[in-house]
Design a protein around this ligand. Structure first.
Ligand code: DAK
Length: 261
């Protein structure tokens, strides 16, 4: 019987607070077919409800984070197939995770791959990374948030250029444009993303979840509502044991021990 190869690999650090989820379809440059997206959403949901996991790294291979949705699969799918295959639900499941997500991007990060990276909370990119939304070259358009998130990240002029002309951005260009948070050496793409994840995991986990929600609000509505939301979640954070612990630890000159409550 043929060996079943998982399309995503989940790694947990033995004593650590971070998990790494690696897309594992290297012969197809991690093209996101329905099966892979299903495994990814399931793995992420399980990690999201594990109180020991405080940050998740999502990565691909050195050659490709992901070269987009699976074109072969889409080529034979009707609009109704696409709808019924619950593709949107899987993307929504990833978007609604409370745990901070770091995208570790090396190589091609195109189409749905770029949209997946943008669904994460921040992108750590290898200097080899290449970002783009080439969907219009296939007669379709970005369908997992690309027209919205890319525009928020880089502004209308550049987003239009990337989406309409198929222009690709290098890691450095993506950094300058505000799409990625950090660019790191080629060989360090995963280690550096994990290091950033450990930094995130060392902070108050409840505070990080609330801050993530509040930052996302900045993209979703008017400033006045965002400011109001920020204030409310700050009061919520103040009511937490983590806030007592974090503030006391500073005053007592010791490292905090957060419980996520
Ligand atoms: N799908 C399927 N197979 C792919 C693929 C893809 N997106 N990208 C690469 N591959 C396969 C290639 O066919 C090749 O397979 P073999 O020929 O070896 O069998 C293998 O991966 C290696 O690729 P190449 O030989 O082409 O490698 P190169 O280095 O020459 O070129 C490349 C790398 C990334 C420039 C090239 O492979 C390429 O242009 N790939 C397609 C990139 C692309 O157009 N991506 C956008 C896809 S559309 C939705 C949500 C999202 C989406 C849709 C719906 N809903 C929520 C409903 C998203 C749509 C997209 O992403």
């Amino acid at each position: 019987m043929a060996e079943v190869v998982p399309l995503v690999l989940v790694e947990r650090e033995p004593e650590g607070r971070i998990a790494t989820v690696l897309l594992n379809r290297p012969d197809r440059l991690n093209a996101l077919n329905g099966e892979l997206m299903g495994e990814l959403a399931t793995a992420l949901r399980e990690l999201d409800v594990d109180p020991d996991v405080r940050c998740i790294v999502i990565g691909g291979s050195e050659r490709a984070f992901a070269a987009g949705a699976d074109i072969g699969e889409m080529a034979t799918a009707s609009a109704i197939d696409m709808y019924l295959a619950q593709r949107v639900d899987r993307w929504d499941a990833i978007r609604s995770l409370g745990t901070p997500l770091v995208a570790a991007v090396s190589g091609f990060c195109l189409g749905g791959g770029c949209e997946l990276a943008m669904t994460c909370d921040l992108i750590v990119a290898s200097e080899t990374a290449v970002f783009g939304q080439p969907e219009t070259g296939l007669g379709i358009l970005p369908g997992a948030g690309g027209t919205q998130r890319l525009t928020h990240a880089v502004g209308k002029a550049l987003a239009m250029d990337i989406i309409l002309s198929g222009r690709r951005l290098s890691a450095r260009q993506a950094l300058e444009a505000g799409l990625v948070a950090r660019v790191v050496a080629r060989e360090a793409w995963l280690d550096e993303a994990r290091r950033v994840a450990r930094e995130i995991a060392s902070k108050g986990p409840l505070a990080n979840r609330l801050a993530k929600e509040a930052v996302n609000r900045a993209q979703e509505g008017p400033l006045s509502l965002g400011l109001d939301y920020e204030r409310r979640v700050l009061y919520l954070a103040f009511a937490s044991e983590d806030a007592r612990e974090g503030l006391s630890a500073f005053v007592e000159k010791r490292p905090p021990r957060f419980e996520g409550r």
